[in-house]
Structure formats: structure tokens, C-alpha cells
Write a protein that binds this ligand. Structure first.
Ligand code: A2P
Length: 279
């Protein structure tokens, strides 16, 4: 299953997350993920494992998977914001991952008003670097992460508009206003922590829905993303879970399941608010 970006490219609806993945685990986990069928890998320089992820990718390529079969994302970290620094960060990421180009490059967090009086200018300069990188063919698509509508709005007049916004999204934390804003502007929403980083897996409502379908709670969370039109990026280093998280295409949640999940009280929120974080 794929979603379509504004540039006409397809993005696989389930991607393999690499946040909180130790470098010692990443080569095996990434190679295994590609072996069992993942075609989308989500990375970031701040995860401090891109060299190790690159080793896993190299193994996937050795096994016969072609570069253009994979959709690979990375993100520019906060300390690299700005035009020149972003372009340098991209080169470093490409080198670490061992790639000639990325399929998608994101601004990891918006500069916010709490930290910067000139937050708009900073985001603007970082965005101009991404536009340039796309023009140069170093990245195929560009987007945002953790941007709220008031951070996105100033970028809608740019030469290239954001194609993606990757936000925290899972049962118990849906950010419906952000999702709706993005959908109205054809910005594909991606879910980080689609399992609430494990914090929602014991929930009774989700447990009952999982039992009804003979699926795991993790699979219900991932399926909920897909049926909400949101890309899911589950992370695991456990082979059985890596496979399980991709086995979500042989069942569907019904309207009642979707409503029950939509109405769940807030659970599993990371507490990371884009206007309040100070990193
Ligand atoms: P592990 O990597 O040890 O397998 P998220 O993607 O929301 O950030 O969640 C990642 C967390 O959820 C990790 O701790 C991961 O553990 C765990 N996890 C991933 N997939 C599953 C699964 N299918 N069942 C239970 N826990 C899972």
C-alpha cells in the first residue's frame, strides 16, 4: 500500500522506524526489515545510528535489492538549522547512509518562538536549503516534522511546498487539527511512535479490538494509521515484531473500531510539544 506525494512519487504506507535503535542493533534490524519486505526506512542524524543503518542498507543492496526499490528518509537536526549548515548536514547524512540521494528530507523540528525571536526566518532559511537540495537532485522530496499549522503556514508560499509532515500520532494522541490542516493542503502525514513507543500496547480498548480481529495491538495501531490516511513508521529490533508490524494488509478495521479508537482518551503522549521543547 502506498500514498502519493505532491511530487507524484509514491511513499510506502508502512516504513521502518529507526529512532531509539542502538547502532549495535541497526545493521541486522535494517537488513532483516528489507528482507521481510519493508521498502521504506525512516532515519535521522540525531538518532546517531545512520552509519549503522547504512551498513544494513549495504547488506540489503548486496542481497539484490535496488536503490530505487527503497524509499529512504532522513532529517536535518535542530543544531544544523540555516541554509549552509543544512546543506552540509545533508552531505554528512548521505555519507553516513552510503547513499547518493534521499527520497525524502525533513526539517526535524521547527524553530519555535520560545527559543527564537526570528523563528520564521530560521525555518525559512532551512527550508530554502531543502528546496535547493531537491533542485540539485540530492533529495527527491522535502517536508517537515513536528510542525504545527502556524509553523507550516509561512512555508506555503515557498517555491516548493512541504510534501510531508511527520508528527506523533497513535491511538490516544491523534492531533486531528494538524492532520486535517495537512490533508487540506495535500501534505502527507506520517506517524512517529505509531505504537506510542510501546506505551499504548496494554490499553483495554485496543486489546478488545485486537482480539476481535485475531491480531496484535501493534497491528491494530498500524492499521489505524493506514485507514486514517497516515503513514506508519513502527520501530522494532525484534525479528518477529519486525515481520508482525508489516503483516497488516490482510484485515481491516470497521467503522465501529475506527470510532472507538478515535474516541479514546489521551494516552501515551510523549509530552514533546513543538512550541514548548527547548532542544
Ligand atoms: P523492540 O524494538 O525492542 O522490539 P514505536 O514504533 O511506537 O516508537 O514503538 C517502538 C517500541 O515498541 C519499541 O520499544 C519496540 O520494541 C516495541 N514494539 C515494536 N513492535 C512491537 C510489537 N509488534 N509488539 C510489541 N512491542 C513492539
Amino acid at each position: 500500500m502506498k500514498f502519493r506525494l505532491k511530487n507524484g512519487a509514491d511513499i510506502p504506507a508502512v516504513g521502518f522506524g529507526t529512532w531509539q535503535m542502538a547502532s549495535s542493533d541497526a545493521p541486522d534490524a535494517v537488513a532483516d526489515a528489507v528482507r521481510v519486505g519493508y521498502r521504506h526506512i525512516d532515519c535521522a542524524s540525531i538518532y546517531e545510528n545512520e552509519k549503522a543503518v547504512g551498513k544494513g542498507l549495504a547488506r540489503a543492496f548486496e542481497s539484490g535489492v535496488a536503490r530505487d526499490e527503497l524509499f529512504i528518509t532522513s532529517k536535518v537536526w535542530n543544531s544544523d538549522r540555516g541554509y549552509d549548515t543544512t546543506l552540509r548536514a545533508l552531505e554528512r547524512t548521505l555519507g553516513d547512509l552510503g547513499l547518493e540521494y534521499l527520497d525524502l528530507y525533513l526539517i526535524h523540528w521547527p524553530a519555535n518562538a520560545k527559543q527564537f525571536e526570528n523563528w520564521r526566518e530560521i525555518n525559512d532559511a532551512t527550508w530554502r536549503a531543502l528546496v535547493q537540495a531537491q533542485k540539485d537532485g540530492k533529495v527527491r522530496a522535502i517536508g517537515l516534522s513536528n510542525f504545527l499549522p502556524h509553523h507550516i503556514e509561512p512555508l506555503m508560499d515557498a517555491q516548493i511546498q512541504p510534501m510531508v509532515n511527520q508528527i506523533e500520532f497513535h491511538p490516544g494522541f491523534l492531533q486531528s487539527d494538524v492532520v486535517q490542516y495537512c490533508k487540506e493542503r495535500e501534505i502527507v502525514v506520517e506517524a512517529w511512535s505509531p505504537l506510542g513507543s510501546g506505551r499504548v500496547l496494554q490499553d483495554a480498548t485496543l486489546g478488545a479490538i485486537a482480539q476481535k480481529h485475531g491480531k496484535s495491538v501493534a497491528q491494530i495501531c498500524i492499521r489505524f494509521c493506514l485507514q486514517s490516511g497516515v503513514v506508519a513508521l513502527p520501530k522494532s529490533v525484534t525479528p518477529a515484531r519486525i515481520a508482525e508490524n508489516l503483516a497488516v494488509f490482510d484485515f481491516a478495521l470497521d467503522a465501529d473500531d475506527m470510532n472507538k479508537i478515535a474516541q479514546m482518551p489521551e494516552i501515551g503522549y510523549s509530552g514533546l510539544h513543538p512550541d514548548k521543547v527547548d532542544f
